[in-house]
Design a protein around this ligand. Structure first.
Ligand code: BG6
Length: 295
C-alpha cells in the first residue's frame, strides 16, 4: 500500500516474482499500470489524467457498473469508477483457486448511492497476476437486499490498451459480428471484412463475441489476447482527433496510442435476485507477435 505522490490517495502495487507488476487505485478500483514478464507498461493512461474525484481516471481499466455508457438513467458508465473502494480483507473463497499474487477490493452501496440506485449490493473485485504476468480481473457482484427486490445492471471492463499507432492495429475475433454503433444512435449493424481496423472514430458494442479477442499492434510487434467469461459483449472505442480535442483530460494526439477494448455485458443486462451472485472475468496477456502463434 502506498500514497499516490500527486494526490495523496491510496494505491497498491503488486509485484510477481518473475517481474510483472500491476498498480491499483482505491479510487475507482482502477488498474492504471500493468507490465508482464516482458517488462513494459501495457496500458494507456493519458498524460492529462487526474487521479482524484470527481472525474474517473482517464486510462487503465475502468470498472463500469451498474451501467455502461448512457444505456440507462445513471451517470455515464455508472458510478463505480468514481467511488473509493476498500480492501476486502477476507473475501469468500473462489470456486476454483486463482493465482497467489492478488489483491481484493470491495465496493458496497452507500447511503448516497442508494438515492440514485436503490439496491443493496456487494461488488468484490480481484486483481491478480498469473506467474507469466497475465492480468486477471474477476468481479463478483451479489444482491444482498433484504426486501426481495431483484436488480439489473450492465457492466464493462473499459480497458485502455497502449498501442504504438492506431492506424496499424488490427483486432481479430469481432469480424462478422453484430454491433451497436453509438455514433449512429445505437443502430444495430453487422461487421464486414477480415479483422477490425481503425481509420476514424469508433464507438461500438460488439454483441455475443467469442471468448477470445486478439489485438495486434504491428509496429511494436506485440499481440494482446483478451479472454473473457460471463461477459458476452465487447466495447471498442477510440475518440479519434476531433473528440480527443474536446476531452479536457486527454491529449490531442493521444488517440494514436490507445485503443479501448473491453469485456462487457450490455445488450442483455444481468439480473440478480436477492442472494444471487454474478461472476465476470477478463484476462489479458501480451506477447511479442512471434510468440503468439498457436496460443
Ligand atoms: C465509450 C462510450 O465506451 O466510452 C463513449 O461509448 C465515451 O461514448 C467513451 O465517449 C469514454 O467515456 P468517458 O465517460 O470516460 O469520457
Amino acid at each position: 500500500r502506498m500514497k499516490d505522490s500527486a494526490t495523496g490517495l491510496d494505491k497498491f502495487v503488486l509485484r510477481e516474482a518473475r517481474g510483472s507488476s500491476v498498480e491499483v487505485h482505491l479510487y475507482g478500483g482502477q488498474v492504471t499500470f500493468w507490465k508482464n514478464n516482458f517488462g513494459h507498461q501495457l496500458l494507456f493512461v493519458s498524460n492529462k489524467a487526474t487521479f482524484k474525484p470527481p472525474k474517473a481516471i482517464r486510462g487503465g481499466i475502468q470498472i463500469c457498473f451498474p451501467q455502461l455508457g448512457n444505456h440507462g438513467a445513471l451517470e455515464q458508465h455508472g458510478f463505480a469508477r468514481n467511488r473509493f473502494w476498500s480492501v476486502d480483507e477476507s473475501p469468500p473463497p473462489f470456486p476454483v483457486a486463482t493465482s497467489s499474487c492478488h489483491i481484493d477490493l470491495i465496493l458496497k452501496s452507500s447511503q448516497e448511492d442508494l438515492k440514485i440506485w436503490p439496491y443493496s449490493y456487494e461488488f468484490r473485485l480481484r486483481v491478480a497476476l498469473s506467474p507469466r504476468g497475465d492480468l486477471i480481473l474477476t468481479s463478483r457482484i451479489r444482491n444482498i437486499s433484504s426486501d426481495g427486490k431483484p436488480f439489473q445492471f450492465t457492466f464493462a471492463y473499459h480497458t485502455y490498451f497502449s498501442v504504438s499507432d492506431i492506424s496499424e492495429v488490427r483486432v481479430e475475433g469481432l469480424e462478422t459480428l453484430d454491433y451497436l454503433d453509438n455514433l449512429k444512435s445505437k443502430n444495430r449493424c453487422t461487421e464486414q471484412g477480415d479483422a477490425v481496423v481503425f481509420e476514424s472514430e469508433v464507438d461500438k458494442v460488439y454483441l455475443s463475441a467469442p471468448p477470445k479477442i486478439v489485438i495486434i499492434d504491428h509496429e511494436k510487434k506485440r499481440t494482446f489476447v483478451l479472454r473473457k467469461e460471463g461477459l458476452p459483449d465487447v466495447v471498442v472505442w477510440n475518440p479519434w482527433d476531433k473528440k480527443a480535442k474536446a476531452m479536457p483530460d486527454f491529449g490531442d494526439d493521444e488517440y494514436k496510442n490507445m485503443l479501448c477494448v473491453g469485456a462487457a455485458a450490455i445488450e442483455k443486462p444481468i439480473t440478480l435476485r436477492p442472494g444471487e451472485e454474478w461472476l465476470g472475468k477478463q484476462e489479458i496477456s501480451a506477447v511479442p507477435s512471434s510468440y503468439s502463434s498457436g496460443q
